[in-house]
Design a protein around this ligand. Structure first.
Ligand SMILES: [Zn+2]
Length: 359
């Protein structure tokens, strides 16, 4: 597949962190505006490289440190609106037609914003970005609770309160080691009582037991990353595989895995694109979606993730349509909206692409 076709292909992203995807130039301008002195450089190109190098260290904890800088400049209504609008614009320019963008409201209160003000500012920015993109993209927010803090129930309540106003669901993120998802059971129970969607980061730094807890104890509808589900899959020499009960459950119940290949390489959850389990999981029938995780910090875009998959596995439009439809089918949107995106945007987009490329 040519680069121009990859860019043109309709894409959907379910796992993209708002604070991991800022434009380098915006970080520098916002830092000046708010007097933040902590940036390692004021040159946008050098700053982009710095973020990527810091994230390439192979440790999830070190990777998460880079967010101190981005969050430091996202502490006012204006800054949040700008970052959110640019996020929607950048995704749309990359051919993304549906995005769920997540962030932790509690990390944007250093200068006195209330939780509702944070959510309202991000929503206003996302609507502005959709508008500037001429309606080519639909964006919803997911509110993230942090694993290491005690505010997940409060954030779950915030999610329920804002769910008909641009917020589609909830997530738990942060360092996985030593912070099992069941610590936040009260939050998940609140969401379930209110019929509210949620996903959980699991199976990235910790193995299958973390996915088991997220799905069976907490009730996650999707899994952020989830690549360590391979711990429960035995691959034989002849290429066939035997699934354990957890892996079967996840596959058979169509629980989407929000797979982020480049991010996995950076945090050490996978060794290379060629050996990334995304292809094995797809072939075994898991509902696999492709995602960016953190566009700035991982130096990636959806098109870049597609390109890596073309290089590693030779995927063409048919497989990318499969990933994109899978993502929209697992989106936290009402069914008619999902169907409309699939029937009116994604399928026609890929049909045009196949007609052009003769594939
Ligand atoms: Zn993530």
């Amino acid at each position: 597949m040519h680069l121009s076709d990859i860019l043109r292909a309709p894409k959907a992203v379910l796992h993209d962190h708002l604070d991991g995807g800022l434009r380098p130039g915006t970080i520098i301008e916002l830092a000046r505006d708010c007097g933040y002195q902590g940036l390692p450089t004021e040159d946008p190109a050098a700053l982009a490289v710095w973020f990527r190098d810091a994230a390439d260290s192979g440790s999830l904890e070190r990777y998460l440190e880079t967010f101190a800088h981005t969050c430091a400049v996202m502490q006012t209504r204006e800054a949040l609106e700008r970052v959110a609008a640019e996020c929607a614009e950048d995704l749309a320019a990359d051919g993304v037609v549906y995005a769920e963008v997540r962030y932790a409201p509690e990390q944007h209160q250093e200068r006195g914003l209330g939780l509702d003000e944070v959510v309202d500012a991000v929503n206003a920015g996302l609507r502005e970005g959709e508008r500037r993109s001429g309606g080519r993209i639909t964006v919803r927010a997911l509110l993230t609770g942090m694993r290491h803090t005690e505010r997940s129930l409060e954030i779950a309540e915030l999610t329920v309160a804002h769910r008909d106003r641009g917020v589609a669901g909830f997530d738990i993120a942060g360092g996985e080691v030593g912070n099992p998802p069941a610590r936040h059971l009260a939050a998940f129970q609140h969401l379930r009582r209110h019929n509210c969607h949620f996903t959980i980061h699991a199976g990235e730094a910790v193995g299958a037991e973390s996915i088991h807890e997220a799905v069976q104890v907490c009730g996650a509808e999707r899994i952020g990353h989830g690549v360590r589900i391979t711990d429960d899959i035995q691959v034989h020499d002849d290429g066939t595989a035997t699934l354990g009960r957890l892996a079967s459950y996840v596959r058979d119940n169509r629980i989407a895995l929000e797979v982020c290949p480049t991010s996995n390489l950076q945090t050490g959850a996978a060794k290379s694109y060629d050996t990334h389990p995304v292809d094995l999981l797809r072939r075994l029938g898991f509902r696999v979606t492709l995602n960016t995780d953190n566009r700035l910090v991982s130096g990636t875009t959806m098109s870049e993730e597609f390109r890596h998959m073309v290089d590693a596995f030779g995927y063409g439009p048919a497989v990318f349509q499969e990933f994109t439809v899978a993502a929209v089918e697992s989106a936290f949107l009402p069914l008619p909206e999902r169907q409309r995106l699939i029937d009116e945007v994604i399928r026609p987009g890929y049909a045009a692409l196949r007609a052009r490329s003769g594939q």
